[in-house]
Design a protein around this ligand. Structure first.
Ligand code: DC
Length: 228
C-alpha cells in the first residue's frame, strides 16, 4: 500500500523545508515526515555508542539493532531511540556536524529509505522533506518540490532559529558550516542533494514562509484538480 497523496520537498540546509513542509501538511490534512530527523537519530545513537563514524559496518549495525520510533506530536517529529525520547538532542551542533557520516553510508540510507516508505504506506497523505525524497525514496510522488535560497539568506535564517540558544556561533561560522554541509550533501555518491527532473524549483530567498506555503499549495491544488 502507498499513500494516496505523496508530496516531496527537497533542498539544502536551512532552505526552510522543514517549516514549509509542516505548514503545508497542516493545510492539506496530511502527515509530515522530517527525514533529516532519521539521519540525526542514527547519528546520535552512533555517538552514544561511541563507534567510529567512518566505520560503515558499525553504523549499519547501529541502524539495524537500535529501535527507532518516529511519531508526530503537536506538529513536531518525536524520535525515540531504544524507548528513550531523544528529540531534544537531535539538533545539537555535534549531531548536525556528524550526520554527514551517516548520510554517506549507502546501506544505512537503504534502511532509512525503507522506513520512509513504510511511514508513507501507513498514511493516506504525506508531505515528506529531506534531500532525496523526490529522487530516491518516492520517485513517483504526486508533486515534487525543490526549495532553494541564497547561502547568505540561509545563514541568516539559521542564525534567527538559533537565537536564544547559546551556541556562540557568529554568522560567518554559521555560513561556513552551511557551505560545508551543502558540499557534502551535493557530492556524496548515494542520495546526493539535487532536484528531481520533474521537481518544481522554488527560490525562497525573497519570500516569507506564508508566501512559500501559498505557492506550494497552489501547485498541489492544480495538480490534484487535474488528477480528479
Ligand atoms: O535536514 P536536516 O538538516 O535535519 O538533515 C540532517 C542530515 O541528514 C544532513 O546532513 C543531510 C542528511 N539527510 C540526508 O542525507 N537525506 C535526507 N533525506 C535527509 C537528511
Amino acid at each position: 500500500m502507498m499513500a494516496d497523496l505523496i508530496i516531496t520537498i527537497d533542498g539544502p540546509a536551512a532552505s526552510g523545508k522543514s517549516t514549509v513542509a509542516r505548514l503545508l501538511a497542516q493545510k492539506l490534512g496530511a502527515s509530515f515526515l522530517d527525514t533529516g530527523a532519521m539521519y540525526r537519530a542514527v547519528t546520535l545513537a552512533a555517538m552514544q555508542a561511541g563507534v567510529d563514524l567512518n566505520d560503515q559496518e558499525k553504523l549499519l549495525d547501529i541502524a539495524q539493532t537500535c529501535k527507532f520510533q518516529f511519531s508526530v506530536e503537536a506538529d513536531k517529529m518525536i524520535v525515540c531511540i531504544d524507548g528513550i525520547d531523544a528529540t531534544e538532542h537531535l539538533r545539537s551542533p555535534e549531531v548536525t556536524a556528524n550526520a554527514r557520516y551517516i548520510a554517506a553510508a549507502p546501506k544505512v540510507r537503504e534502511i532509512l529509505v525503507q522506513m520512509q516508505r513504510q511511514f508513507a504506506a501507513d498514511r493516506q497523505k504525506i508531505v515528506t522533506e529531506g534531500r532525496d525524497q523526490g529522487t530516491v525514496a518516492f520517485g513517483d510522488a504526486d508533486v515534487k518540490f525543490y526549495l532553494t535560497a541564497d547561502a547568505s539568506e540561509r545563514a541568516r535564517r539559521r542564525q534567527a532559529e538559533l537565537a536564544g540558544k547559546d551556541t556562540g556561533q557568529t554568522i560567518e561560522q554559521i555560513q561556513k558550516i552551511i557551505d560545508e554541509r551543502d558540499k557534502s550533501d551535493e557530492n556524496r555518491a548515494v542520495g546526493p542533494l539535487k532536484p528531481a527532473e520533474d521537481a518544481i524549483i522554488v527560490d525562497t530567498t525573497n519570500l516569507s514562509i506564508e508566501q512559500v506555503v501559498e505557492k506550494l499549495s497552489g501547485h498541489v491544488r492544480g495538480k490534484c484538480s487535474k488528477k480528479n
